[in-house]
Design a protein around this ligand. Structure first.
Ligand code: AP5
Ligand code: MG
Length: 217
């Protein structure tokens, strides 16, 4: 099973990925999480990516394409994977097709911009695992503390209002065209085209998960 999760910043890609990776027993490949680790470790990639991320812009395609290519060649991806945050531009999607990677399902999670600002302003994350919380929608058992490890939760560097607005702009300009890119495949005469599912992401996370499961099955 090869799945793409498509959606604006804060639409709930990471939250849904946490359910789906267990359901299908496939790894979650979050390019955002991989980049944050690289930034934290001050690797070459992290140093190159940091300014783009802090400014709410996309990291250049070639850096991301190389990163994903390498990751999906690992053994745990043999039976499939869940792409969270990739592809994010038409050239990224085309690079994947030209590598012969056939996606089974593309899931678009749709949420109004106003909801996104509220969600990202209250998000807290556990950096090393990528676990996601929200101060009111999905609070940890103890405020500011990860449920599983007892470690501190943090606010992402790009979850400040100004950067959230920039990320939304970037999404509408660079990534939203992928909705049409993938949804129009249904009209093509191809044997290996993905199923395209569009979901109302403003519902409760668990209800969204049930809707996705129902549509996939
Ligand atoms: P990335 O980390 O992918 O960030 P993003 O796309 O901006 O998305 P988020 O992770 O912010 O949101 P999400 O949809 O995962 O929502 P979540 O589940 O956390 O990328 C960061 C940066 O890296 C980019 O800006 C770019 O610079 C770079 N980058 C990454 N990939 C790239 C690529 N392919 N090409 C180029 N550059 C790239 O949920 C958000 C909050 O809402 C949480 O608090 C959660 O608890 C809450 N929530 C979730 N679902 C619900 C619900 N149904 N109801 C109520 N609350 C909910
Ligand atoms: Mg995410």
């Amino acid at each position: 099973m090869k799945i793409i999760l498509l959606g604006a910043p804060g639409a709930g890609k990471g939250t849904q990925a946490q359910y789906l990776k267990q359901k299908f027993n496939i790894p979650q490949i979050s390019t955002g999480d991989m980049l944050r680790t690289a930034v934290g470790n001050k690797t070459d990639l992290g140093i190159k990516a940091k300014n783009f991320m802090d400014n709410g812009e996309l990291v250049p395609d070639q850096l991301i394409i190389n990163l994903v290519k390498l990751r999906i060649s690992e053994q745990d991806c043999e039976n499939g994977f869940l792409l969270d945050g990739f592809p994010r531009t038409i050239p990224q999607a085309e690079a994947m097709s030209s590598e012969g990677i056939n996606i089974n399902v593309v899931i678009e999670i749709k949420v109004p911009d106003q909801t996104i600002i509220e969600r990202l302003s209250g998000r807290r994350i556990h950096m090393s695992s990528g676990r996601i919380y929200h101060i009111t929608n999905n609070p940890p058992k103890n405020a500011g503390i990860d449920d599983e490890t007892g470690e501190q939760l943090v606010i992402r560097d790009d979850d400040i209002k100004e950067t959230i607005m920039k990320r939304l702009e970037t999404y509408h300009r660079e990534t939203e065209p992928l909705v049409n890119f993938y949804s129009s495949w249904k009209n093509k005469n191809m044997s290996t085209k993905p199923i395209f599912i569009s979901i109302d992401g403003s519902k409760k996370a668990i209800d969204i998960n049930n809707m996705i499961s129902e549509k996939i099955s």
